[in-house]
Design a protein. Sequence first.
Lengths: 286, 329
Amino acid sequence: MAAVFGMLFDGVAYGMLLFLMSVGLSVTLGMMNFVNLAHCSFAMLGGYVAVTLMNAWGWPFFATLPVAFMAAAAASVVLERLFFRRFYNAGDLQQCLLTIGIVFVSIAGAAYIYGTDQQPVHLPAYLTGSIVFGGMEFAVYRLFLIATASLITLVLVVGIETTRFGAQVRAAVNNQRMARGLGIDVDGLFAVTFALGSGLAGLGGALAIEMLGLDPSFALTYVIYVLIVVSVGGLGSIAGTFVAAMLLGISDMAGKYYIPALGSVLIYLVMLAMIMWRPTGLFGRR
Amino acid sequence: MTSASVAGPHAYLQAQARWRRGEIAFWLATLLPLVLTPDYLVLASQVAIAGLFALSLDLILGFSGIISLGHAAYFGVGAYTAGLLSVWGWGEPLTGLLIAGLAAGLLGYVTSFIIARFHHLALIMITLGLGLLLQEAANSASWLTGGFDGLQGINTWPILQKFDFDLYGYTAYSYSLAVLFIVFLAARRLVYSPFGLALRGIRENGQRMPAIGAPVYSHIRTIYTIGAMIAGIAGALLAQTTETVSLEALGFQRSADVVVMLIVGGAGRLYGGLIGAIVYIVARDRFSGLNPQYWYFWIGLLLIAVVMLLPNGILGGLALLAQRLRAKS
């Protein structure tokens, strides 16, 4: 029984990370239908920024997190202005190719600067180790992950549901043309949302180092998981993304705990079945 | 109005299907490596195989507009089928090629029922997912595929019991080139047929095609199966000429590579994949001293540049240039 709870606990922590890295892509995809395969390159950037600040400059872990967020957001704004905005009306293929190109460049750039090794992370002492509660051990860092991600989720949901900005985002996701017709500046809105989403990915990347590791292939490995989350959850749906991220996190952990021989076969099978069952995702409307 | 459109659709198709001088020159030039650069025949046969693979994707992606990020699945199934046949004691290349093509075609036929139903992100995810699924499955089934170490003990018999595979690649290149040419002829015939025209219609607007009586789903299933079969033949060629098969044969990297080749050469043009394969494989050979990770830096830049500046690839750019020159004179 304890083993099952341990697996669930790890799965939830993992799912939280996936949620942080996916939610931005889900919203921007829902709004502009722009297939951004380079989303995890921003997450990777956040990770490397955090690692550099910690290891080379001796910054404390917590101080690096906002910088990781800002760096990923800033990079995404630059790329959006330079490249992405020209392709909002282009076909899926053009968008895929452009963003795969960016993924390749980012992987090679990371390998050039940092080498292909896993990056070490130095956590403050109070985030390491584990606490025992009810006869079970919980890793402190994973508890911290769950708490942080839950907090961010709460802020996101409240922000989207209650603020003026959130209402505009919902309108633009729902029907972009109608939103334009009502005088909402969808392009400006999109740029802000894109930066926020990429920033969250960067934050997720920085938080993920301890659990998932960080090497140049991160951008390609995890973008596949993120795409699974987004397409299973449904474009533009925060609740859907959350549920899908949890499902993926827990089932991937379960697969690794109980049937390691199968590798990721289970995940891909489940994803294919889900997409065939509901092509627009669990909570998607389109 | 051109005379072709007045004369009716058959005359139009026939006029398109006429062999041009450039095409004949291209195929004569493919014989040159045998005479001029005998040291590079192994490379040349790799180019021919990659070209065949890119051609198979061109039929699906370029001519019919079906995006696939998992096309290596069919390449890999062909490669493993040919490899396993040889390991199990049947190294005859021509029948091996045929059986491998049929196996990949069968997988293509089964999956085409799924592919035909989806668009946009769902389609991208399904092709990607199928590719990854197969790769993971091949990795897990190491008793069959040799897993991470690759398939050991492939031995290809001489072609027609006469032409043995030599170290310099004379046989390998001639064999690959011959297969490429024959499949190319078939693909060319297909593209310039009414069926090929219907495929281009589906690419341009899949919703309007049923209105003029074209069965979109069954057309997509047919071309997807054919594309998978050709990809399988390409995979089998690789297995037979190199006598090794590794997991890399059905990895995501290979799926991405072939898309890059096709896009660089020019999707939706018969020679796009072939030109792209020549450029890509030769460039990779030139820069082989480079760490593969840095190689992908240049590939990434190339992709961005092609998408931004040459959306129809090298051949599309050349066609545009020729058009402008003609308009000036």
